[in-house]
Design a binder for this molecule. Structure first.
Ligand SMILES: [Zn+2]
Length: 309
């Protein structure tokens, strides 16, 4: 009896030890899947769906402009070592297209997470040479649809983890639906005629469509071209005519021109918005981390709504 109790206790200890180990390294007790993403917004989705089963790395940090970003030698090493690579797509990472094409040709799992979005949901601005606007993450409902691609591609790379990825993806869809509802309610605090967003480059057209804002950008869809003088004068007139209270600068785009426009038209800078990059991970503001997608969305809406009220 004494012996058997001791044996049982030993067995329990071993079992608990194994369970703890499995918890730390993922359900399969195998090395996590190595996933590299371009932007932090993409990485946020990967982390939601992959959970403890992936080691998620991101190439572009806070304040980095993906339109202009070129892969460094260190990035190439990380990309080559990755088992799965995700990028945003729709030409957002315009200078990395060749890298992705080459990698895909060599058999690497390289995926644009926006690849599965329905054509009818994409905006096609006149001045972007027939290409869709890539800034889809600012419509939370549309961004949530990208969960499907992340889930499918992770399952392809590691079919034995299918159940975990499916459960995580379902949870992510629920959380993003909640965030979308929050964003709609926040926008509704502003009267419709006050919902006018003037900022540096046209990153907010999906945002405008989803949450009922008229959006006026200075630089166009990509930050590659500089603002023309005529645009500056036109924008100043527009701000005066509409009697706007504030305009906004962006974290990943130069502030100079918008600051001049604010001065010329006699309005304030309503704050700095996140456009194509998120904030620093772990930086807490009003209870949310601006280094997360949720924090990015909440920061932008709170900043816009408070400044335009
Ligand atoms: Zn952009």
């Amino acid at each position: 009896m004494k012996f058997s109790m001791r044996w049982n206790r030993w067995l329990l200890g071993v079992t608990l030890g194994v369970v703890t180990l499995a918890g730390a390294a993922g359900v399969l007790n195998a090395a996590p899947l190595r996933v590299v993403s371009t932007t932090a917004m993409v990485n946020d989705l990967v982390k939601r769906v992959g959970g403890a089963e992936v080691s998620a790395e991101v190439l572009m940090g806070p304040g980095v402009d993906p339109h202009l970003y070129k892969a460094t030698a260190a990035d190439m090493l990380r990309l080559n070592r990755a088992e799965v690579v995700f990028y945003s797509g729709l030409m957002l990472e315009g200078k990395m297209t060749d890298v992705f094409t080459r990698m895909a040709k060599s058999g690497k799992r390289v995926n644009a997470i926006t690849a599965g979005l329905p054509e009818a949901k994409l905006l096609k601005p006149a001045d972007f040479e027939g290409h869709p606007d890539p800034h889809v993450w600012f419509d939370v409902e549309l961004w949530a649809m990208c969960v499907d691609v992340v889930e499918a591609r992770l399952v392809e790379a590691s079919p034995e983890r299918k159940a975990v990825f499916a459960a995580n993806a379902e949870k992510a869809r629920g959380e993003l639906a909640e965030l979308h509802a929050w964003a709609k309610a926040k926008a509704a605090e502003l009267q419709v005629e006050k919902r006018v967003l003037v900022t540096s480059h046209d990153a907010y057209n999906y945002f405008g469509r989803a949450y009922g804002f008229q959006v006026v950008g200075l630089q166009g869809i990509s930050t590659v071209s500089e603002a023309a003088l005529a645009d500056v004068a036109k924008l100043t007139d527009f701000i005066k005519q509409r009697g706007l209270k504030a305009v906004f600068v962006e974290s990943s785009v130069s502030h100079t021109t918008i600051e001049r426009i604010a001065k010329d038209s006699g309005v304030t800078i309503g704050g700095e918005l996140f456009s194509d990059a998120m904030g620093a991970a772990g930086k807490i503001e009003n209870g949310y981390d601006v280094g997360t997608y949720e924090g990015m969305i909440k920061h932008n809406l709170n900043t816009i709504v408070e400044a335009l009220k």
